[in-house]
Design a protein around this ligand. Structure first.
Ligand code: ATP
Length: 358
């Protein structure tokens, strides 16, 4: 008798459904090899659903997400579909706020066998995680900004509670990574030299870090961090930052390892976990079967790791490790090469190679 986990599946728009289909299949295979089963529930949401029904994230979908053990999310939004205020339909933001998914976890590492943009050989050793605050910061202004005759303003909101919990999350993550042999170093990224809100953030970071003497900690201004992430990204382990800075740096670090198709992410709260690729709906390549599904597959592996930890279920750790190992071996062997890397492997080719490796 398999232990079953219920997974809410929001495939979304563009390439979302294409990468989700193969990620579901591979996750199921990895889980069943470890004696576990995923029970998927496909749920409507997204820009196309908004066009069809007037709702981008129905309450029934949200409730099913609350009830599930974990959430798998493809990508949502289409450039031509806009709400009444002119902004894009982005339920991925709504769901973060609704389920209080405060920690945006974005790991990147180089994959042997795949080319990377940086020429320095040390770039082969990039292995870092960006922890992005997901529920306040400058994104707090979404839907609250004001416009008057003289101009417009959006407010950055930094609270004690919000900052404490994200900083604690990053410190704890670094401690876990240290146990696995990584440096155990957290870099706080802010703009404390200019903004009161960021000086407040920095003070909280400093106080929380003082409880973790086994970790190294340091501070960096976000502009200097943009520079250093290109000059010497191999020196970083865990980074923690405000919502908007994290949004921007997430794309930068994805580029370091070859592109959006390789960058997974998790949006994690105390009650719920949602896992999605860092990329968007890529309308320019949707429907052609050429999207790289790796970021989605690695996001599903992160989900398995999170479920394993949450449920003290070591079999799921094995399943996650097997899936990640299969991805690594497939690229290392050169059997497939995604189009972003100059190859001609489509979504199915990559999934099939990983399946065979599994
Ligand atoms: P968003 O604002 O939702 O992040 P975006 O339009 O800024 O979306 P993406 O949808 O991620 O960004 O697309 C950026 C570029 O990366 C596009 O050229 C797209 O084709 C490419 N891209 C994104 N994801 C993949 C993928 N999985 N495989 C191949 N190419 C991808």
């Amino acid at each position: 008798m398999f232990t079953t986990y219920s997974i809410a599946v929001l495939s979304g728009d563009g390439i979302g459904p294409e990468v989700m289909a193969v990620a579901k299949e591979l996750t199921q295979v990895a889980a069943e090899r470890a004696g576990r089963r995923m029970q998927y529930q496909d749920l409507p949401a997204g820009a196309q659903h908004y066009l069809d029904s007037g709702e981008s994230l129905p309450e029934t979908t949200l409730q099913a997400c609350r009830d599930a053990d974990a959430i798998l999310f493809g990508a949502m939004g289409l450039p031509h579909v806009r709400g009444q205020d002119g902004t894009e339909i982005i339920p991925q933001l709504d769901i973060r706020f609704a389920l209080d998914l405060y920690a945006g976890v974005r790991p990147v590492r180089t994959w042997p066998g795949l080319p990377i943009p940086l020429a320095d050989p040390r770039a082969q050793h990039i292995d870092l995680v960006l922890v992005r605050e997901n529920t306040e910061g400058l994104f707090w202004a979404r839907g609250r900004g004001t416009v008057d005759a003289d101009g417009a303003s959006d407010t950055m909101r930094i609270t004690r509670k919000g900052t404490t919990r994200i900083v604690d999350f990053a410190l704890q993550l670094a401690a876990q990574r240290k146990e696995q042999g990584r440096p155990g170093h957290v870099t706080n990224v802010d703009k404390a030299n200019v903004f009161r809100s960021m000086a407040y953030w920095r003070d909280i970071f400093t106080e929380r870090a003082s409880h973790w003497p086994q970790l190294q900690t340091s501070h960096a201004y976000v502009d200097a961090m943009a520079l250093n992430l290109v000059l010497k990204p191999w020196q970083y382990d865990v980074l923690v930052t405000e919502n908007m800075f994290g949004d921007i740096l997430s794309d930068l670090i994805a580029a370091l390892v070859g592109g959006m198709g390789m960058a997974p992410s998790g949006d994690i709260g105390d009650q719920h976990g949602l896992f999605q690729p860092a990329h968007g709906t890529a309308p320019d390549i949707a429907g052609q079967g050429i999207a790289n599904p790796t970021a989605m597959i690695l996001s599903a592996a992160m989900m398995l790791q999170w479920l394993a930890h949450r449920n003290q279920d070591l079999a799921l750790t094995d399943a996650a490790n097997a899936l990640e190992r299969a991805v690594r071996q497939v690229f290392e062997s050169g059997k497939v090469r995604p189009r972003e890397f100059g190859g001609n492997s489509g979504t199915r080719d990559i999934a099939q190679a990983i399946l065979e490796q599994l």
